[in-house]
Design a protein around this ligand. Structure first.
Ligand code: ADP
Length: 246
């Protein structure tokens, strides 16, 4: 369903992604792990076209784009791609002046052109799904970090994405709030949502991942089932990385 070929991105002379090849099947959960600075966030941002790759191709469902240095895709193409993916950010990125409900409704009204009534009904349903029906009228500052992140997940789901992207969704949270967010993500996995998740939560990764991708210095060093990568890594770099975590 998602096909990434020879994807490259440079910031000036710094090549951050050095030729990424990755396929994600519909309904699969892919967890991306690797040391800080290896390009994990940048890869997610490329899939969502928050960064425009320098080279390579990206296909999501029936839409494909090829990238070439100095030749950016048009705004229409970018928007069409963004509608296929929902992104959940490390720092939630909720609008502070909007309630939880308004945050979840916003993209549905602006991007999807839903009527306010339709967007409200769907948003209340999604807030219920993440356990926050009672907090619809609360503002972000009135919510815990875990609750804000669950609003972030409901918001990303609102546009009906084909793919959900999570960029370290629990790393800004106090430890006691991590579980409630991971539980929501696990429920989405059980429902068959296609997801790519960058995380340092290895126990969670082993529970939820159909595939684990280990990135190092802008390349995919190794990928496979969680048992293969976490318990029987083929590469020395993967072994080193995992040993530093335990
Ligand atoms: P990870 O998510 O694995 O920690 P990142 O994707 O955040 O890694 O970063 C990979 C590299 O890209 C780092 O060296 C980082 O400094 C660089 N980088 C990320 N975003 C930018 C940017 N907007 N401008 C310049 N360099 C960037």
């Amino acid at each position: 369903m998602i096909e990434i070929n020879d994807l490259r991105l440079s910031f000036g002379s710094n090549e951050v992604l050095k030729g990424i090849d990755l396929s994600i099947e519909k309904g699969q959960v892919t967890v991306i792990i690797g040391p800080s600075g290896s390009g994990k966030t940048t890869l997610l941002r490329c899939i969502n076209l928050l960064e425009i790759p320098t080279e390579g191709t990206l296909r999501i469902g029936d839409s494909a784009l090829s990238f070439r240095e100095g030749n950016k895709p048009g705004r229409g193409d970018i928007l069409a791609f963004r509608r296929k993916t929902g992104m959940v950010f490390q720092s939630y990125n909720l609008f502070p002046h909007m309630t939880a409900l308004q945050n979840v409704m916003e993209a549905q009204v602006i991007v999807q052109k839903k009527s306010r009534a339709e967007a409200k009904a769907r948003s209340l349903e999604l807030l219920g799904k993440v356990g926050l029906a009672a907090k619809a009228d609360s503002y972000p500052h009135q919510l815990s970090g875990g609750q804000q992140q669950r609003v972030g997940i409901a918001r990303a789901m609102g546009i009906g994405p084909e793919l959900l992207l999570f960029d370290e969704p629990t790393s800004a949270l106090d430890p006691e709030l991590v579980g409630e967010v991971l539980k929501v993500i696990k429920e989405l996995a059980v429902e068959g949502m296609t997801m790519a998740i960058v995380t340092h939560e290895m126990k969670f990764a082993s529970q939820v991942a159909d595939r684990i991708v280990f990135m190092d210095e802008g390349i995919i060093m190794e990928q496979g089932s969680s048992n293969e990568v976490l318990n029987h890594p083929a590469q020395e770099r993967t072994r080193q990385f995992l040993s530093l975590l335990s």
